[in-house]
Design a protein around this ligand. Structure first.
Ligand code: PDD
Length: 287
């Protein structure tokens, strides 16, 4: 049974309760993270925690836990959920807390609600083009808000975009801003490959600073065999790319072979994906 952490208490997930006056429930007023653990080894644990601490500071939620206290709490939660399987994802969520009324302004003297639970995740995909599962995407205009760099629990914009892909029988929706520039996926970052070079949109307010994105960029730069670039990527470049990938803590690096029903590049998983995924897989536990 999944054991959850709620405000200092470990308890069965199905029994965890919060107040309907919690601002996470009323306003989506909180910050969250999703962190993978493969056979007990986390990927990007400290960067995930640092991003959460930055997000909490950005929305002025005073949560006093240090990085090492977070590591202890999350590792402890994973240990208590060993019956969930070998590979475990942790969802962690800090909301502004429970007020005595519904009122938009940030309340004083309210303690943040801290909630985390663990769930089984799938084995990493094999580092083999012939065996990996390719994704199909739809493209659409990015209609979310202008603070996509904050990993807010207010995900309605993302949920609506994800649903567009899901309703079309696809795995993800790929988002472009009003200028026709690539931003990211509804729940992932995006990369293209052109002439052997890996290119991804710059990290600004239009995208989440993905931990997987960062691990890929750092790993590829350290390895040196594949050129990488962070810059504006136009719709035209996406449509003429040799490869397209979406990345996240749950998808790792997912190759995309169809966009809006048309093949991406050759329509097969590309060789740069295989090389990059191998480099990433060899280094991911170092982060
Ligand atoms: N989503 N962009 C968006 C909008 C996301 O929601 C996510 C992750 C990412 C990738 O970030 P990271 O590599 O740090 O996981 C990019 C998570 C997994 C989710 O909401 O479930």
């Amino acid at each position: 049974m999944s054991i959850a952490y709620l405000n200092g208490v470990y308890q069965p997930l199905a029994e965890a309760r919060i107040s309907p006056l919690d601002r996470g429930f009323l306003f989506g007023d909180g910050i969250y993270e999703v962190i993978p653990y493969y056979a007990g080894r986390s990927v990007g644990l400290t960067p995930h925690i640092e991003r959460m601490i930055n997000g909490l500071a950005a929305i002025e939620i005073a949560c006093k836990l240090s990085v090492s206290e977070w590591v202890e709490l999350l590792d402890d939660l994973v240990a208590r959920n060993s019956d969930q399987g070998k590979n475990i994802g942790v969802y962690v969520h800090v909301s502004r807390g429970t007020d005595v009324k519904r009122y938009h302004a940030y309340p004083d003297n309210v303690e943040p609600t801290i909630f985390a639970f663990a769930f089984p995740i799938k084995e990493p995909e094999p580092v083999d083009r012939a065996q990996a599962k390719p994704l199909s995407l739809v493209s659409t205009e990015d209609l979310r808000w202008q603070r996509c760099h904050i990993k807010s629990t207010a995900l309605l914009g993302n949920v609506m975009h994800y649903q567009q892909g899901y309703a079309a029988g696809c795995d993800e929706a790929l988002l472009f801003n009003a200028k026709g520039e690539l931003t990211e996926g509804s729940s992932s970052n995006a990369f293209i490959v052109k002439d052997g070079k890996v290119i991804t949109p710059i990290q600004d307010n239009q995208i989440l600073p993905g931990i997987t994105r960062r691990i890929i960029l750092d790993s590829l730069r350290a390895d040196g065999s594949i050129e990488v670039e962070e810059r504006i990527v136009t719709m035209d470049e996406v449509l003429n790319a040799d490869e397209l990938w979406v990345t996240s803590s749950s998808k790792e690096i997912a190759p995309v072979t169809q966009l809006d029903g048309k093949p991406v590049g050759s329509g097969e998983i590309g060789d740069v994906w295989e090389k990059a995924f191998k480099i990433y897989s060899e280094r991911k536990f170092d982060f």
